[in-house]
Design a protein. Structure first.
Lengths: 114, 115
């Protein structure tokens, strides 16, 4: 069964600093990978996705993520964070065996300090 | 603008009562999903429906029921059999693909508190 690990429960960064949120997955084949963001009390919004091709994918709000097969990772990055980036971030992985199984990580809460 | 509407935003019930959470979408999406979110946990799939009048159990369907009589509506009933119903419930949809390869569009959730 596939699994997703987000090792950092909570990260605090200064506004303007760079950001990297970690995501590791366990899956036999090439997975479908997603990053979602959730503001407090809201639903989730898709930031970016990787299905195939270029391993560096660009998303909305200036985020990017890199798929590294050798490390089973799909880390999310942003060169300079803004106060509005404070939220919870979820990595998710889907398999391609035709079922609806989309496994979410437990999330990383991002706090921005001025 | 198209989207998913979940109502109400907050819901309070006494233990032993059934309660129904509403989810309506005007995106013309075929597939709809219900997820449960608890603090410190990822989202867990309760039920999903890929077509009208058809739905399948997810990972944690016990104590829940759904219906899909119309394409745009997918209500979730939390029954008294659900042992720990207090949670944040999220409804989502996809255009026609599967959740594993098609981005989910989410509503803003319903926070259910059962005392």
């Amino acid at each position: 069964a596939q699994s997703v690990t987000q090792p950092d429960i909570h990260i605090t960064v200064s506004e303007g600093a760079s950001l990297e949120l970690r995501c590791n997955y366990s899956y036999g084949a090439t997975p479908y990978l997603f990053w979602y963001v959730q503001s407090p009390g809201q639903g989730l919004q898709l930031l970016l996705k990787y299905f195939s091709g270029d391993t560096l994918v660009q998303g909305i709000k200036g985020f990017e993520a890199e798929f590294k097969r050798s490390q089973s990772s799909f880390n999310l990055r942003k060169p300079s964070v803004h106060w509005s980036d404070a939220a919870e971030y979820f990595c998710a992985v889907g398999d391609n065996f035709g079922n609806e199984k989309l496994t979410f990580g437990t999330g990383t809460r991002l706090t921005i300090i001025p | 603008d198209g989207g998913i509407t979940q109502s109400p935003k907050y819901l309070f019930r006494k233990e032993g009562q059934n309660v129904t959470l509403s989810c309506e979408q005007n995106l013309n999406h075929d597939a709809m999903y219900w997820y449960r979110q608890d603090p410190g946990q990822g989202l867990r799939l309760i039920y999903y429906s890929q077509i009208v009048n058809d739905f399948q159990k997810g990972d944690i369907a016990e104590g829940y029921s759904v219906s899909r009589e119309k394409k745009e509506s997918f209500p979730l009933t939390v029954t008294s059999a659900q042992k720990n119903p207090t949670a944040f419930y999220l409804c989502a949809s996809t255009p026609g693909g599967m959740a594993y390869n098609s981005p989910l569009h989410f509503g803003n959730g319903t926070r259910l508190t059962v005392t």
